[in-house]
Design a protein around this ligand. Sequence first.
Ligand SMILES: *Cc1c(COP(=O)(O)O)cnc(C)c1O
Length: 464
Amino acid sequence: MKQAELLRKIPKVDVVIGWMTDAGYIRVPPLPPETEAVQETLQLLREEILSGIRTELPEKEATMELVRQTIRRKTAPNLRRVINATGIVLHTNMGRAPLGERAVAAIVDVAQNYSNLEYDIDAHTRGSRHTHVEQLIARLTGAESAMVVNNNAAAMLLILNTMAKGRKVLISRGELVEIGDSFRIPAIIELSGCLLSEVGTTNKTHLRDFENAIDPEQTAALLKVHTSNFRIVGFSETPSVTQLAQIGAKYGLPVIFDAGSGMMADLQQYGIQDEPLVSRCIAEGADIVCFSGDKLLGGPQAGVIAGKKAWIDAMKKNQLARPLRIDKLTLAALEATLRAYLEGTEARDIPTLRMISERWDTLADKAETLRKLIRENARECKVEVIKEFGQVGGGAVPGQMLSTYVVSLQPEKISVSELEARIRRGEPPIVARISKDQLMLDVRTLNEADFPYIAAQISDSLRV
Ligand SMILES: *Cc1c(COP(=O)(O)O)cnc(C)c1O
């Protein structure tokens, strides 16, 4: 059929609304989103005909099904789950760490009931929300004391404001980083009321640069920031925590370390290199270490601060602690996450660690299972399992690549980008990447429970 004729034959909005009300799919009169869904579906058909993707009109039943999908999409919550087929375990744009059952159960319990958030049950007096995780963090990191705030950026703000307000903070030029969505260390230093004092050069900062920059009247702290999202390689040097701690001790200055990701269990055996282990940073002499709750720790969004008790006590008393405080649901999830580490069940209870430590042969089996399932349903598409490299984190632990298995799709009748767009519009959306003109589904970040849905969605999407 010619394009012009196809366009003419697209049913009118009122006709489709009639079909839908007759079938009992929408009410009379239709709700605004229902009418909009009909309009949008017909508009999409028009566009697909014009772009040549569609060469015949769907039958009445199929048209109604398309409208129903659009209604479902329009009435679904805006913030909702997506299926992450990118293989990026800590995806900045997809909510970073997903929580395990144990953390979710803790949230539900505290959310549905009253709790002892700020109530000391034994003493029958007012308690502090900090007590719930303080000992756990101290035990896991070897620090004297700890507290938790909204996120790591908030942690930095509170630390600097408490420890160095109105005075100088020394930091290597190579560590004046921007992390993710325009979170800039220099801006945070300024916001917290401190004076930034840059030391050394971009690629080389020696310990003597720090020593020479110390101003006995004005310098309040030595700051080290983990360069989470880039590496300076080649001719480069920056003082270690140990070295800074030596200088700090000599001049009576505290050392603050923003560790970024907060690696609590050593993940080197799984290919995570160059990420500071929190307990090691404390052992090496950092006075205060801070890190995110939802990066390698695998918990909820939070900023964990661990270190010397005198400093932590001062931070708790800072007025900023209130606006930056952590809420009870987050606290519940964080406590459950930390308890998993303490009990040695982190690789089982924490999805982030489970995905990172997934065995090579398990990934291969998983990919083969998905390939077969897609193969059974999908026509006119090449489906293969291939070995690839996947990222740990987009913005969270970037540059760290893990070998992985992906199911690669090469559709024959529609373009790869069309297939990508169609599965992305599913409910839930499937987010995958295109590489070498193939659609790649990385099984590391997929749940097997979602495989039947993924296979069905691909099968539907391949239909011309
Ligand atoms: C991610 C990161 C931050 C910001 O942490 P949020 O928890 O996202 O606020 C700060 N510093 C470093 C080094 C980071 O890697």
